[in-house]
Each structure stands twice: as C-alpha cells, then as structure tokens.
Write a new protein. Structure first.
Length: 589
C-alpha cells in the first residue's frame, strides 16, 4: 500500500488544529505524536476529526445504479469504467480515516484517565474504523486489514496483501460491539451542534443491522463459501435490531419533514439513528452555493425505471394494477394528476403517496416562487432539455422542507442522515425473510406496514394479499425498501448484494413523458424526437417503453454489465504496485 499516504494519514489532522504542531517526524523514518494524549479534551478533539472524515458533504445522489442520472453518463452504471491509477474517494481516503481511528484507539488507551472515559472515546474510533472498512469491503471485497499504527515507514505491514472479506467483516462486528457497549445512549447525547450527532449506542447497533443484512445477502446470492456463513450474518442483523428497538427510536410523524432542518435535533426527530452534522454554528461546514440538498435541484434527476417501482393505490405493481393510465398525455399522469395538478377521474394513476412526496410535478402547489428556479415545474412549465440539467424527474424528497425553513437560501444547514429508523425497519423485515423464508403478518405490521401507515398508504402487505394477487413476498419487501429509501444512497449496494445488477443495469434508462405544450420552449421538442418513443413505444423500430413521447436517457445498446467482473471495483494500479504486488487485482480487471 502507498507508503506516502500512510505516513500522511497516521496522525496528520487528528484534531482541528494544524497537525504540524502535533506530529514530529524525526529524520529518516520515525513517527511520533508525543505530548498530545493527556486529557479527555484531547481525546474528544481527536475524535472530532472522524466526523469530518465521513466525506459525505452533500446529499448522496448516487448515479451508479438505475435510480439517479447526472448530466453526463455514469461509467459505473453503464459499464464503461476502467482500472484507475489511483482512487482517493474509494480507496485512499477510507484508509486514511482508518489510520486516524487506529491512532486514537491505541493512544487513548495510554492516557492517564479512567477506563470508562478512555473507552468512551475509543468507542467512537472503533465505530468509524468499522464504518470505513465496511465501505471498502462493499466495493473491493477482500481488502488489507490494518489494525495498528505505524512508527516506521519501513514496517513490513505497509506492503501487506488482502485479507479475506469474512475476516474484515468479523472485525467490523467486534469493533461495533465494543462501541455499543461503551458509547452513550442517544438520549444521553448533548444538544450542541456536534453533540447531538455524535455516534451513540444506536449508531453502533444500526451499523450492525446494516452490515449483517448486506453481508448475509451478498454471501447468499454470490455463493461466497457456498453461502455457509450467510445465516450467521443475517442473525447478527436481526439480533442488533432487536436491541436497537429498545433505544427509543420511532418514525417521524411527517414523511415530508424527516429531513427538515428544524426537525433534525435528536430530541425532536427520533428517526435519526446516525447522521453527519452540519449547521449554522459551522461545525462541519455551512454549505454555501447550495451544494448539499440543492444538488437535487439541478445536478441529479430520477429515472422512470425507479419511479415505476412505486405501487398503485390498490397496492399492486404496474404490471398488475387496473389503475395504470393507458396513454399518458401529461408529465403529471405518473402520479395520477392532470397538467393543472387535479386528480384524474376514477382514481386513475393514483400511487403510493410517497411518489407524489418524492418528485416535483407541474403546477406543484408546494413550490414557492422561484425557489426551485432551475426546474420551475410549479410554474406550469418543464425544462427537460436544458443542456446543463439531467434529463429525468426532479427530486422533491429531502429538498423542500430542508431549505425553505432556513434563514438564507444561499446556505444549506441540513444534516446528512446516514441511517434512519425507517431503514432499520425495512432491513429487519428483509433479514427475517431471508433468514427464515417467511415473515408473519405481525412482523409485516411492525415494519413494512408501519412505513405505509405513516404516509397514509392504507393497503397492507400481508401474506394473504401476496397469495391472492400472485405476488412474491421477497420482491415486495425489496420494493418497499427501494421506494422508502429512494435517493438516500442505498440502491447501488442493494442491486449488488441481491446479484441483480446484471439484469437491472444493461437496460434502457427511461426519462419523463415529454409533451411539447408543457415545455418552457416547445421548439426544443422537435430537436429530441429521435429519443422519444412513438405511439407504439418504439424508438428507431425497437420497443423501449409502453408510453408514447417518453424520453430515453440512455439506450441499452450503450450499457453493459459483466457479472464476472463488475460486482467488485477494480483496485487502483498504484496500490498494487506499492504493495510489491502482494495486493492482487479483482477478477476480470
């Protein structure tokens, strides 16, 4: 592994102050930080760096799957990525953060403080070490497992090879169990800007829920070691949730306001399990220039592929419902509304209420003046062919309500929610079904139906409903996860662990219905007709989608997915070379 980045990551920037005063590099090779680890204030300050290192300074609009599109094609999504020379975000940065955590874990143990105080701050470092190792495993599989600091640039472990993923994941569990045993309950956190978002027992348990479900299903569907360890991971997830549910969390009453700035304090929003703090007091950053949830305005847009996952008001999917609009004549028909925003007759097109809460519509009553100025759907016009904007459905979820309530439209104070209780509920339901091959109606009421009830979707998912309508319970649980967590950064990892990326990704990416009379400049319509479906759903004589005037963002003949290669990331060539080739490349790359 890269010696230069190891040295820079061992201790540099452990606290908010400049690391030059804290790191003494003696001539040649020795690395020390003598004179720092004296007090609880030192430990807290060192741990504060871990929150900066989350590296998620904006809403996680993830265009790697079939959910979001950007203005340009995503190479992971369309199968055209290549082996990188280096990769800061995916490889280097997680290891830098891990080395910071390792340093805290070791040095905090030596401070002249009580064991309970030392372990309270070491627990934060253990949490973040597990967080970043899991991040690496989801991308690369086997990765070098480094659990120590380095005092010399000549340490042989700087060139170690890859550790089996099972060993790395078991270490994540061990770290998180230590964290859960030594972190405060979320109800005991301070209410300061950072204090309310420090990791808690809940965050540690929530990560075990998350990791156990991911690894259990990945090993099951990818046949890792014959799937022999899959149920053990699922048991970890189930057990962690059963402990988490006693920590006082619940769903926030209003789905629209889950992500609201005014409702993000832990004592106000019980749904937040783990989040990254942003705020007016500048703890992490005050994002000027709308670079957080404002990304949803002009940089990312949703595909019709993902929106078609939403059920209709009768609780049935698009291929089984009688409420589907046969021929859509307005952008708004996707949510059962006409151009003016009025409901279509006879309940046609009515959907799971989360869909209307998740995308902007034309003449949307919730849009204020020019606040969503690049989209202006609320003004009765639509900008689908603006050359600087992605050509999909503009996302409302986590956008309105996050910014309108703030004092300045030029700053974004909204915390980044990484794990919320809704994700825990649907993860529990999925883990139960994957582990047992069944789920009871009582368990469905405690999970899936609780999510539906919050938004006023009154059709329950039950075993009888699934049987009556020829549905598949596992598919419906996965659907519930997809629509509830849409736009929150889960979709790509979900299709990877379910091993369905080879079906999902090499397909046409579908955009919105484009009606000339609804556009800001009808003349633009004629310039894009070659990408619009005709009355038979065809483009260029090939069937694409069963609605006319549908814009095709990317055609499937330009997209690919190699299941022997693309389920794992390619390891940067520089890392392989710097390890003296002890690190081997992933298959197919």
């Amino acid at each position: 592994m890269k010696q230069i980045f190891y040295i820079g990551a061992i201790f540099c920037a452990v606290t908010f102050s400049a690391c030059d005063d804290l790191l003494d590099v003696s001539p040649g090779s020795e690395l020390t930080d003598d004179g720092f680890w004296k007090s609880e204030t030192d430990l807290e300050g060192a741990c504060n760096k871990l929150y900066f290192d989350l590296n998620v300074l904006k809403w996680p609009a993830d265009a790697r799957a079939d959910e979001f599109v950007e203005s340009s094609s995503n190479t992971t999504s369309n199968g055209t990525r290549t082996v990188p020379g280096t990769s800061d975000d995916d490889w280097t940065h997680p290891y830098q953060y891990i080395f910071t955590a390792n340093n805290i874990i070791e040095k905090a143990a030596e401070t002249p403080l009580s064991e309970s105080i030392r372990n309270r701050w070491r627990a934060e470092a253990f949490f973040f070490r597990a967080y970043h190792y899991f991040e690496l495993v989801t991308k690369y599989g086997d990765v070098p497992l480094v659990l120590k600091t380095f005092t010399s640039v000549y340490d042989e472990e700087l060139k170690m090879g890859r550790t089996p993923r099972e060993t790395v994941i078991q270490q994540c569990y061990e770290d998180l169990e230590f964290a859960a045993a030594n972190l405060p309950k979320q109800s005991e956190l301070q209410t300061s800007e950072l204090g309310r978002r420090r990791v808690s027992r809940s965050a540690a348990l929530g990560m075990i829920v998350h990791i156990g479900l991911y690894e259990g299903t990945f090993q099951k569907y990818h046949n890792v070691n014959g799937g022999s360890n899959a149920n053990g991971h699922l048991d970890k997830s189930i057990n962690a949730f059963e402990r988490l549910k006693d920590e006082g969390h619940d769903l926030f009453p209003d789905f629209n306001d889950v992500f609201s700035y005014l409702n993000e304090a832990n004592n106000v929003n019980p749904e937040i399990v783990f989040g990254q703090p942003f705020g007016e007091n500048d703890f992490a950053t005050v994002s000027s220039g709308h670079i957080y949830t404002r990304n949803l305005e002009g940089k990312y847009a949703l595909t019709r592929n993902i929106l078609d996952q939403f059920l209709y008001a009768d609780g049935l999917p698009v291929d089984k419902t009688s409420l589907k609009v046969a021929v859509e004549t307005s952008y708004n028909n996707i949510v059962g509304l006409d151009h003016e925003g009025n409901p279509l007759p006879d309940g046609l097109g009515q959907r799971d209420p989360r869909l209307l809460k998740s995308i902007w519509t034309i003449n949307d009553p919730l849009e204020e003046d020019d606040f969503v100025g690049w989209i202006k759907t609320g003004k009765g016009i639509y900008y689908p062919f603006d050359s600087q904007r992605p050509k999909g459905y503009p996302s409302k979820k986590a956008f309105f309500g996050s910014l309108w309530e703030q004092s300045s439209s030029n700053k974004d104070f909204t915390d980044r929610i990484i794990l919320r209780y809704a994700a825990m509920l649907i993860s529990y339901a999925e883990a139960l079904y994957e582990r047992n091959g069944s789920i009871s109606d009582t368990q469905l009421d405690q999970t899936v139906n609780k999510l539906r009830e919050r938004v006023g979707f009154n059709v329950k998912l039950t075993n009888a409903f699934v049987t009556q309508h020829g549905l598949n319970m596992l598919e419906e649980i996965r659907r519930e996860r997809t629509v509830e967590l849409m736009t929150e950064g889960f979709r790509y990892n979900d299709i990877i662990r379910w091993k369905i990326a080879e079906k999902v990704l090499p397909t046409d990416l579908i955009g919105p219905i484009c009606i000339a009379d609804e556009m800001q400049n009808p003349s633009l319509h004629s310039g894009f007709t070659e990408r619009l479906t005709n009355s038979s759903g065809n483009v260029g004589g090939v069937f694409v989608y069963d609605q006319p005037n549908t814009y095709v963002i990317e055609f499937k003949n330009s997209r690919s997915f190699n299941p022997q290669r693309d389920y794992l990331y390619p390891i940067p060539t520089f890392e392989i070379a710097q390890s003296d080739f002890n690190i081997e490349q992933n298959p197919g790359w």
